[in-house]
Write a protein that binds this ligand. Structure first.
Ligand code: PAF
Length: 281
């Protein structure tokens, strides 16, 4: 496995693979790799000859300097995990490699409608930062396939929209959310939970999981409200809890095929997100 930090070296390597007609898949990450990331890499390996993982804690997508500063990082441990997966390369650029003009001068890619709601409302600029770095990675690596997690469902739809709107020639695949045995979605941010918060955390998924059996089109606002109350009673501070059409995050209608329930909630200073997809009954 090559470890490449220089963008032009990364570009030269993938160009060489493309000349050989080897297909290339990329799995973008911010490191602190867990089984969720590793499952995305396994998907990539089944779909392309060459697999590149990227590790870059992207400052452009953090709206709070404090959140960026405390984002967990352990490059050596991540490289060890990747080594065992037998991938072709890991791309580990520095901030100055990807944003040589400085963060304030860096252009931003906006996806106007989708970026405003849910995580976009509580983290202004977040999705523009995500789209910008993903577009840069696509330009440097020119992947045939890119794999993202369903856990960041709004991010996944925004990236699909960006690919379509900006005519990127890459197929976006998604991987299921990986969970702890008690249901908590794997996330790098779980490392911030203290023992008491960790014990409470699985209730987020439990409350999401109650929705499919209770769902009725005319009961959506009442069901959202009672779920928020349950979260608050359990000790969370709810950011949002909403049911939407899974295709585009608009309101559910009689045309909806699949529903997504999206939730974000705080335990202390840690913000957890999760979601659940189910067919409209
Ligand atoms: O999902 C993430 O880890 C990040 O948002 C991504 C896609 C790697 C962009 O920095």
């Amino acid at each position: 496995m090559q470890v490449i930090s220089n963008p032009e070296q990364m570009r030269a390597q993938t160009q060489q693979w493309h000349r050989q007609e080897d297909s290339v898949a990329v799995v973008p990450t911010m490191g602190q790799l867990h089984a969720g990331h590793l499952s995305l890499i396994e998907i990539a390996k089944t779909r392309a000859k060459r697999v590149v993982a990227t590790i870059f804690v992207n400052p452009l997508q953090f709206d709070q300097a404090e959140d960026l500063a405390r984002y967990p990082r352990d490059l050596d441990a991540d490289l060890n995990k990747l080594q065992n997966l037998n991938i072709d390369a890991v791309f580990t650029p520095q901030t100055s490699d990807l944003y040589p003009e400085g963060l304030d001068a860096a252009p931003r890619i906006h996806i106007p409608l989708l970026e405003k709601e849910f995580c976009g409302r509580s983290r202004p600029g977040h999705f523009a930062g995500v789209c910008t770095v993903v577009a840069k990675l696509f330009n440097l690596i020119a992947p045939d396939i890119a794999v993202f997690g369903n856990k960041d469902y709004q991010q996944l739809l925004i990236i699909r929209q960006m690919v379509q709107s900006l005519n990127f020639k890459v197929t976006i695949l998604s991987g299921d959310t990986q969970r702890e045995p008690d249901g908590l979605a794997l996330s790098s941010r779980n490392a911030h939970l203290n023992a008491e918060q960790r014990a409470l955390a699985p209730q987020l998924y439990q409350i999401l999981s109650e929705i499919p059996s209770k769902f009725q089109l005319e009961q959506i606002p009442a069901l959202e409200k009672s779920s928020i109350q349950k979260l608050e009673q359990a000790g969370f501070r709810c950011d949002y809890f909403a049911m939407r059409d899974a295709a585009h995050l608009q309101a559910i209608s009689l045309n909806t095929t699949n529903i997504v329930v999206l939730a974000a909630a705080w335990l202390g200073s840690t913000r957890l997100i999760d979601n659940l997809l189910f067919p409209r009954p």
